[in-house]
Design a protein around this ligand. Structure first.
Ligand SMILES: Cc1cc2nc3c(=O)[nH]c(=O)nc-3n(C[C@H](O)[C@H](O)[C@H](O)COP(=O)(O)O)c2cc1C
Length: 160
């Protein structure tokens, strides 16, 4: 199967680590996963991104057609998806009937992050088949990455 893992990492740290672990997990199962870093074309605070009508992105996302599953990853910002990921998600085309999964990284409290992102995707016609909330309190160590390493197999099972 072909999987796209599109994510934003504000600090370039936790979401990045989760995305790479997922990619490795899929590859160990014999599936090909491609990472796509969401990069806004201008730097701003999350509050300013949230006020923008649309955020431009440095790199256009690959066409979703060629992927069997798309995973969207976001850092939690004030118990919600980061505004960059919220905006990016709304720009996606070809979402209808596509299978999606979501991951978020937070210190401890993810709030409504998964529900919000899932709501946007479902409204766009996507089929959201799974989600994972990763908490880093106080560091994202091997123990906290265990559910991440199990997530690819769970998703592949749901795909079949
Ligand atoms: C402005 C701001 C708001 C945040 N809001 C939350 C939050 O509501 N709940 C939470 O548990 N962590 C919150 N965090 C922590 C980040 O979600 C967490 O460190 C995340 O893993 C960062 O991912 P990254 O390293 O990929 O950018 C916040 C961090 C910042 C800087």
């Amino acid at each position: 199967m072909k999987i796209l893992i599109a994510f934003y990492s504000r600090d370039g740290d936790n979401a990045n680590t989760v995305a790479e672990n997922l990619k490795n997990g899929f590859s160990e199962l014999g599936h090909s996963a491609e990472l796509f870093k969401i990069i806004p074309s201008l730097k701003a605070t999350a509050a300013d991104y949230a006020k923008m009508k649309s955020i431009g992105f440095e790199n256009a996302p690959p066409g979703l057609d060629e992927f069997d599953l798309i995973i969207l990853g976001t850092p939690v910002h004030s118990f919600s998806p980061h505004p960059v990921v919220d905006s990016f998600t709304r720009t996606l085309t070809g979402v209808e009937n596509k299978k999606f999964a979501i991951f978020c990284t937070s210190v401890a409290l993810a709030g409504t992050t998964v529900q919000s992102l899932s709501g946007i995707l479902v409204t766009m016609g996507a089929d959201v088949i799974g989600s994972l909330s990763v908490k880093s309190l106080f560091e994202l160590n091997e123990e906290k990455l265990k559910p991440v390493k199990k997530f690819p197999a769970l998703l592949i099972e749901k795909m079949s």
